[in-house]
Design a binder for this molecule. Structure first.
Ligand code: PMP
Length: 378
């Protein structure tokens, strides 16, 4: 049988072009070809984030956690009040990071699988007057998608910086950074961006850059936006700069991956994920699988194990051709599993149908019902 499909919510299957871009000998970080690729990648980030020329993209070796920490420590002073809109495991992580920064952390949460209402968030903004609000666009532990457009607007109305953890959303879920007025949108390379793990990526608004300039307590040196800014500006102009050696294999791969998204156009990329997710949801429903999330994301499905099954079925699903993930949210960890559907696989009904069949066969469910309900994602 062919290799099993990697259907966890990141890392994901990558395109052939991105894979080929990673199979090269390391270049100098000052090689003309590398500088040109870096410049193109930075420009493409603005398009993928739906940001404008006054927004600054950042690319730093690391993961989503590093991006979260960079944003937390560049925007927030110790002692400052901040609000976390918490929809799961990654909201907890954000809150803990902000606490370690010494911030006064207020949270507005909901039951597992749910999200707080806009009215509850507004009340918290009024009550705590935070300097910044942190939101997980899609919490990978619950499959909950927050109403990012409304939350970004709410933050603007209250004069509060808004930060979106888009690790499980960016380049898949509709997000218009400039139009919505979101201040920082962060992600990592291994999800809908379509690369292997290894890059922390974020785009900052002029307001966020100004907040960093006004910061009195410097962030850790390796995460300092002020140290990275001249380097990124130089690379965008294909000039020479050095602060810390950039990952010279991953950045040209980023250029290739983002170019694929830009060629397709972001409205089409978002619609492709919506179509694929709707078809997957129809299939799960027809097979009797129950979602964890009351606000299901387009990037993954979090599904309760059917009666009589548990995480020991992950092996059977793998044997039928798909690698899916177990639970992550501590309150329900043993009770559910997660299937990613972002990036390259959403171009292929065959891959999505293979995943549905693997899950059904691994769990003893009706694969035919799932496949019929899936219909055509296109
Ligand atoms: N935020 C979210 C929503 C995530 O899904 C993840 C990774 N699953 C992270 C943050 C952390 O990213 P990383 O594992 O790359 O540090």
């Amino acid at each position: 049988m062919s290799d099993p499909l990697l259907m966890i919510p990141g890392p994901i299957e990558i395109s052939d072009a991105v894979f080929e871009a990673t199979c090269v000998r390391p270049a100098s970080h000052l090689a003309p070809g590398f500088k040109a690729a870096f410049a193109r990648a930075l420009k493409a980030m603005r398009t993928v984030w739906c940001a404008t020329a006054d927004h600054q993209p950042f690319v730093v070796a690391g993961g989503g956690t590093l991006a979260m920490e960079a944003v937390a420590t560049n925007l927030v002073e110790p002692g400052a009040p901040v609000l976390v809109v918490n929809t799961g495991y990654f909201g907890d992580r954000m809150a803990e990071m902000l606490r370690r920064r010494g911030a006064s952390v207020f949270q507005v949460g909901a039951a597992v699988g749910d999200a707080p209402s806009l009215a509850e968030v507004q009340e918290a903004l009024v009550m705590h007057a935070p300097v910044a609000m942190f939101v997980t666009h899609v919490d990978t532990s619950t499959g909950v998608r927050t109403d990012a457009a409304a939350l970004a607007r709410l933050a603007r109305q209250h004069g509060v910086l808004s930060v979106f953890d888009g690790v499980c959303a960016t380049a898949a879920e509709t997000f218009e950074q400039a139009t919505w007025g979101a201040d920082v949108v962060l992600t990592a390379s291994q999800k809908a961006i379509g690369l292997p793990p290894g890059l922390a990526l974020w785009v900052a608004s002029p307001r966020a850059l100004a907040a960093r300039e006004a910061l009195k307590t410097p962030p850790p040196m390796s995460l300092d936006w002020q140290a990275w800014l001249p380097v990124l500006q130089a690379y965008e102009a294909e000039g020479n700069a050095y602060f810390s050696t950039p990952p010279t294999t991953l950045i040209p791969a980023l250029d290739v991956g983002l170019a694929e998204l830009v060629r397709e156009g972001m409205p089409a990329v978002f619609a492709r994920h919506e179509r694929a997710a709707s078809a997957m949801r129809r299939a799960w429903d027809a097979m009797g699988l129950v979602p964890v999330s009351k606000h299901p994301a387009n990037t993954l499905s979090a599904l309760y194990w059917p009666a009589g099954t548990d995480a020991s079925a992950l092996g059977a699903i793998l044997e039928h051709g798909a690698i899916v993930a177990g639970g992550l949210h501590p309150a329900i960890r043993a009770q559910y599993f997660r299937v990613g559907h972002m990036g390259e696989v959403t171009r292929s009904d065959a891959d999505l149908l293979r995943t549905i069949t693997a899950v059904a066969d691994g769990l003893g469910l009706d694969a035919r019902a799932g496949r019929e309900a899936f219909g055509s994602a296109g």
